[in-house]
Write a protein that binds this ligand. Structure first.
Ligand SMILES: [Zn+2]
Length: 80
């Protein structure tokens, strides 16, 4: 069986099922946890941005994943 590792947290995804236990997002493989984190991070950022534009959305997804890879964890950017 092919081994699959999450690009963000580097954990092995046991029994990888596309769309269920791992997700292909902007050329990266994300496990379920990291995808949830990405979704939270995006939700938080998208709320502050108007109008919605798929151009910045896609590059934001990519930036968020890249930052997550550097930290091995995707974090919602809370501006405190
Ligand atoms: Zn992960």
């Amino acid at each position: 069986m092919k081994q699959l590792f999450c690009d963000v947290c580097r954990r092995e995804v046991a029994d990888p099922v596309p769309g269920r236990s791992f997700f292909f997002q902007a050329q990266y493989d994300l496990c379920e946890d990291c995808r949830d984190d990405l979704e939270k991070a995006m939700k938080y950022t998208v709320r502050t941005k108007r109008p919605f534009d798929s151009g910045w959305y896609d590059s934001l997804v990519l930036d968020t994943i890249k930052a997550g890879i550097a930290r091995k964890k995707i974090e919602a950017k809370a501006s405190r």
